[in-house]
Design a protein around this ligand. Structure first.
Ligand code: COA
Length: 182
């Protein structure tokens, strides 16, 4: 699985990504508002993630596309984006993403997310994408709104970040294919 955009290659994780995974995610500014990412983040955690996703890539039908984001200019892994919990009967999936701090605010996740949304609607034929962000996560809530997801409500104390042990409220959003195409 490979999606190419002007600046990025979105592709399966590989063994060679392990060092860059650790370098980019072993940072509380990245993992503070993620549910499942430990801090500190060790090489063994990165190895587990790469091997886990190599297993997911072999499953048919595939339910989870957790992919790496490679910067074309350096060929380095700088982040990740996922389309997960794919429910083909309902026609929906859940999107999530993270980016190394050095690459923030350059429109990179907008570029990656638009490509994944296009893949979800036009290749997988889904009709809805779910996304959620901790209420305190200003960058992600901003990005989600800029992608034209609709806010659908807030759940209280529904997540606990593995990195900090803190409980969080989360905003829930949805994007329908018919609204995205407008
Ligand atoms: C959330 C995250 C992926 C954003 O990636 P990014 O590449 O920096 O985002 P973009 O540059 O594409 O920004 C797109 C829009 O999002 C909003 N946004 C991004 N960062 C923001 C910030 N720090 N403050 C306010 N709005 C922000 C803005 O609307 C921005 O558009 P603009 O730059 O034209 O104003 C990045 O901050 C990150 O990886 N954070 C840590 C991991 C994480 O929280 N993941 C999401 C879990 S739900």
């Amino acid at each position: 699985m490979r999606i190419v955009t002007p600046r990025l290659v979105i592709r399966e994780f590989q063994e060679k990504d392990i060092a860059n995974l650790v370098a980019n995610i072993n940072n509380l500014n990245v993992s503070r508002y993620l549910s499942l990412v430990p801090y500190p983040y060790h090489k063994k955690d990165a190895k587990f993630w790469v091997h886990h996703n190599q297993g997911e890539a072999r499953k048919r039908p595939r339910k989870n596309y957790d992919l790496g984001i490679e910067l074309k200019s350096t060929h380095e892994l700088i982040g990740g984006i996922g389309l997960c919990k794919i429910d083909r009967f309902v026609g929906k999936a859940t999107m999530g993403y993270w980016l190394g701090e050095d690459y923030w605010r350059q429109g990179i996740m907008s570029e990656a997310a638009r490509a994944m949304i296009d893949f979800a609607f036009n290749k997988l034929g889904l009709t809805r994408i779910d996304i959620e962000a901790f209420t305190k996560n200003i960058p992600s809530n901003g990005l989600i709104k800029s992608l034209r997801f609709k806010y659908e409500g807030t759940s209280q104390r529904c997540h606990r970040a593995k990195s900090t042990g803190q409980w969080h409220d989360a905003n829930f959003y949805g994007l329908l294919r018919k609204d995205y195409k407008k």
